[in-house]
Write a protein that binds this ligand. Sequence first.
Ligand code: BG6
Length: 289
Amino acid sequence: VTLAEGEGGLPVVRVATALATGELYLQGAHVTAWTPAGADPVIWMSGASHFAPGEPIRGGIPICFPWFGPGREPGLAPPAHGFARLAPWRLEAAEERDGAVTLTLRLTDADAAGVPAAASWPHPFTATCTVTFGRELTVALTVRNTGPEEISYEEALHTYLAVSDVRTTTVDGLDGATYLDKAPGAGPDLLTQEGEVTFTGETDRVYASTATAVVVDEGAGRRIGVDKDGSANTVVWNPWVDKAAAMPDYGDDEWPSMVCVETANALGDAVVLALGEEHTTTARITVTR
Ligand code: BG6
């Protein structure tokens, strides 16, 4: 485990064990790489990502908190997906066990106070993120309400997965789940997934699903499993041609090589915590051929 200066001068933790290599930026507690031994990289990163203090990293696993997208409450600041991904998290521990390395990172409201967007959600909290780089990749986010009032928040472990071609990739495990379609031109009504998810255009869906076994299947290629706990929603996203071209930190031709499968609690499934309560959301990524 080494702590180094990464892209844009941001501090980065690099992990190399017999089981896997991995990389995590302290800004956002943001995983930017995980490659099990003998496998191809599983986590997708954009070649056009900005790496700069207070700016989102494109790809990897952004932690969206305490709001998702623009958020549900009026007055939440841009950019989308909350301030946790823009904030400097503290590295509290790095431990090795059975060849896997677990990093523990922490962010409190005081730590995030330097991020301008944090002022629009003025609630005391402690967020703890543990990331285990091994034969599996596990990311767990625990949020504790340390303030005097009930809080409500949205969150997502916004996982960008590398695929050979999204046009021949399916996402299995959501059959029968209802979803909100956020793609341009979609109506406000909830829809129902029939069979596996396939990709034929911009795809931006928030599924109501606590299913623990979603599988990204590349057809002839590998299968990436996303199992989860403590999450009521799975978000599936690919920007396709026009949105890729519109995003300044995303290459125009990169969209076929990724899909996001996000472990989330969003919209009507926001988490509510009374004083002293905490909630943990966990995503486990595995790879098989
Ligand atoms: C997804 C959203 O989770 O994140 C999409 O559902 C959004 O609507 C995408 O475009 C990327 O968001 P951002 O803020 O990182 O560009």
